[in-house]
Design a protein around this ligand. Structure first.
Ligand code: PBG
Length: 308
């Protein structure tokens, strides 16, 4: 009764990985318990999420390597995996919130979030592509567009494009404070970019030593029209969640990323920690830090426990 913070099913967003095919569920080796789903299986997962009371899912594609190219052109194909999944899920499970990631990394041969010229990621040229990517996702039924690319000025450009195309109600969840982190490793396995990624993402993702910069990024994204902001990774950056929430009083989300999930699963799998307790404690910590919601691969397991 007197506990100050509590985790609820309403706080959960479930990130799902997509893969081509039919009837396919493919385990992700570095994320025990997580699978890639073909579109039909993703629809079933969305149904499961809705039944469990999970309010939203976030979609990430493993793009067929043959479709990846220098400019990530598959990102702009309205029939690509993400858009196909959006339409299929919206048709069958209209009540689930759909979040789509805006960035080019699942589609580029070099695994970067933006366009490359020589060794550089070029900001403004990338924004033009991200804007088109956002439009086809909104067209396909995405409720929330989540730019994770960290280019400067992309939120404003996406907002204007959405409004002009009649998608004023499509919201933007900005990955405002996205750190250049070692904890994204298993995710890059899941979407198939770990082998191909050239170099690192330190020129556009944030330095783990910085705090004030996170506030400036959030402020810019909010000024450009973001409806909510996100901090990522999660647990190592609770102070950032707290400061953003405290400073701006806007909906602030945390992403408990793949490496955080893998650490808990690996230790639990070895019998070194109590996996269920560690899972719930790590998620409660986000609530204590002020997060309004959490993207977590544990979402269905948590919902089963909290609901049952
Ligand atoms: C990139 C993106 C990444 C994640 C979400 N969107 C990885 C990266 O920046 O390389 C990571 C999520 C996770 O690790 O669970 N657009």
């Amino acid at each position: 009764m007197v506990r100050e913070n509590a985790l609820s099913i309403d706080d959960l967003i479930w990130p799902l990985f997509l893969v081509e095919g039919k009837g396919v569920t493919q385990p992700v080796e570095s994320m025990p318990g997580v699978e890639r789903y073909s579109v039909d299986k993703a629809v079933a997962a969305a149904e499961r999420a809705a039944t469990l009371g999970i309010p939203a899912i976030a979609l990430f594609p493993y793009t067929d390597p043959a479709l990846r190219d220098e400019t990530g052109s598959e990102a702009l194909n309205p029939e690509n995996l993400v858009c196909t999944a959006c339409r299929a899920i919206k048709a069958r499970v209209p009540e689930i919130g759909l979040i789509t990631d805006v960035a080019l990394d699942p589609y580029t041969s070099h695994g970067h979030d933006g366009l490359m010229m020589g060794d550089e990621i070029v900001n403004d040229e990338t924004i033009a592509v991200l804007t088109s990517q956002s439009l086809i996702q909104a067209e396909a039924g995405a409720d929330i567009i989540a730019p994770s690319d960290m280019m400067d000025g992309r939120v404003g450009a996406i907002r204007r494009a959405l409004d002009a195309a009649g998608h004023a109600n499509t919201q933007i969840m900005a990955y405002s404070a996205k750190y250049a982190s070692a904890f994204y490793g298993p995710f890059r396995d899941a979407i198939g970019t770990s082998a191909t990624l050239k170099g690192d993402k330190r020129t556009y993702q944030m330095d783990p030593g910085n705090t004030d910069e996170a506030l400036r990024e959030a402020e810019l994204d909010l000024a450009e029209g973001a409806d909510m902001v996100m901090v990522k990774p999660g647990l190592p950056y609770l102070d950032i969640i707290w400061r953003i929430r405290d400073t701006f009083q806007v909906p602030t989300f945390a992403y408990q990323v793949s490496g955080e999930y893998a650490m808990i699963q690996a230790a639990a799998g070895n019998g070194w920690i109590d996996g269920d307790r560690a899972m719930l404690e790590s998620l409660l910590a986000f609530k204590r830090a002020g997060a309004n919601g959490i993207l977590t691969y544990f979402a269905p397991r948590v919902a089963e426990q909290l609901g049952g």
